[in-house]
Design a protein around this ligand. Sequence first.
Ligand code: S3P
Length: 256
Amino acid sequence: MANIDEIRNEINACDVEIARLLNKRMGYVEEIIEIKREQSLPIFQPKQEAKQKEILETIYRGCEYEEENEAVFKTITTMSKKVQAKKLLPYNIALIGFMGAGKSTVSSYLHELLALDLVETDKLIVEQQGMSINDIFAKYGEPYFRNLESNVCIQMMDHKLTVISCGGGLVMRDENVENLKKSSRIVLLTASPETIYERVKDSTDRPLLNGHMNTEYISELMEKRRPKYEAAADFIINTDGKSVREICEELIRVIH
Ligand code: S3P
């Protein structure tokens, strides 16, 4: 039987090989992103991704350490997306726009596709306060909530590789915009008042719309906010009639 130190040496040799191959693999990921950029190919290619996943599964299916292989390759896939994101996005993406503009949907799609960290400012506030947005408004009032949003913007300044889904009123304060811009590109998602109404009409967790759930009110508030939204935005994407994937493709295309 081999001596234990010899076996440990073999394991070290395996690790060296794994690290070498991992570096090689990540290099290829970077090359692909360069080619996609140069040739203006879509960043997201779901069919190609599905094919790749199938090939990968056939590599380790039925092998002795199938479960372990699966876990490792899952991490490798996520890390490859991170490498891609680092190349594409040397800054965070902050999504702004009116309630129902699609910020949460788009941010969770980007989170999955690019393995970006995800921060939803409303969710963070709810977690930090242990109270719903409705309760914060009812108990402490809107200005208190707005101060909480400003604190979140300060917290976001040292985040990297993050998609930030901002509450609809967050960029009404100039200082929040200034702080967001320190680490992020700001993308404004827009939609018509009719689309917004359709998306939010059944929700009761938006205190500003409770009791005003109609297209006229939405349209008025949107118009009032429009100058601030547009001034804050580095890029503007209209979401009417587009799928979440189309919106994300467009977003990646415009921001780099
Ligand atoms: C608000 C939007 C909400 C939430 C709060 C106030 C606003 O977020 O922050 O109800 O002033 O537009 P969503 O835009 O995610 O709904």
